[in-house]
Write a protein that binds this ligand. Structure first.
Ligand SMILES: [Mg+2]
Length: 130
């Protein structure tokens, strides 16, 4: 089993570093979709099946928080795992995101952290070791 992922971040460098971290962490990745803001992210979700979403918070056009609100309002996506990767420090904002069912990872992040979080959400790394 591999995961189709969507990476939403306005920085190309960050998007690449997330994809690279997934490879380093030996996460079985299927399709990789990228979007540079929330609106583009929602458009990708309409056309493709995605197992896991990485989202930035601060982005032009539509920020991550707003995108997550839209995602959770859609029955087909209400359970889709979301990992927010951001430099955001506001506890209130992080709590709001966690209430929407998103996991929060601070930037900069290590492949190990990504692996741990994905494993907690999906159990996919254990599955692979068996
Ligand atoms: Mg940003």
């Amino acid at each position: 089993m591999s995961l189709n992922i969507l990476v939403v971040d306005d920085s190309t460098v960050v998007r690449l570093s997330i994809v690279r971290a997934l490879r380093l962490a030996e996460i079985p990745v299927g399709e990789v979709h990228e979007a540079s803001n929330g609106q583009e992210g929602l458009a990708v979700l309409k056309d493709h099946w995605v197992d896991l979403i990485f989202a930035d918070i601060n982005m032009p056009v539509m920020n991550g928080e707003e995108m997550i609100k839209h995602i959770r309002a859609e029955p087909a996506w209400e359970e889709t795992p979301i990992i927010v990767i951001s430099t955001e420090g506001s506890r209130t904002r992080i709590e709001r995101l966690e209430q929407a069912g998103a996991r929060f990872v601070h930037k900069p992040f290590s492949p190990e952290t990504i692996r741990e979080v994905i494993n907690e959400i999906t159990g996919i790394c254990h599955e692979q070791q068996v």
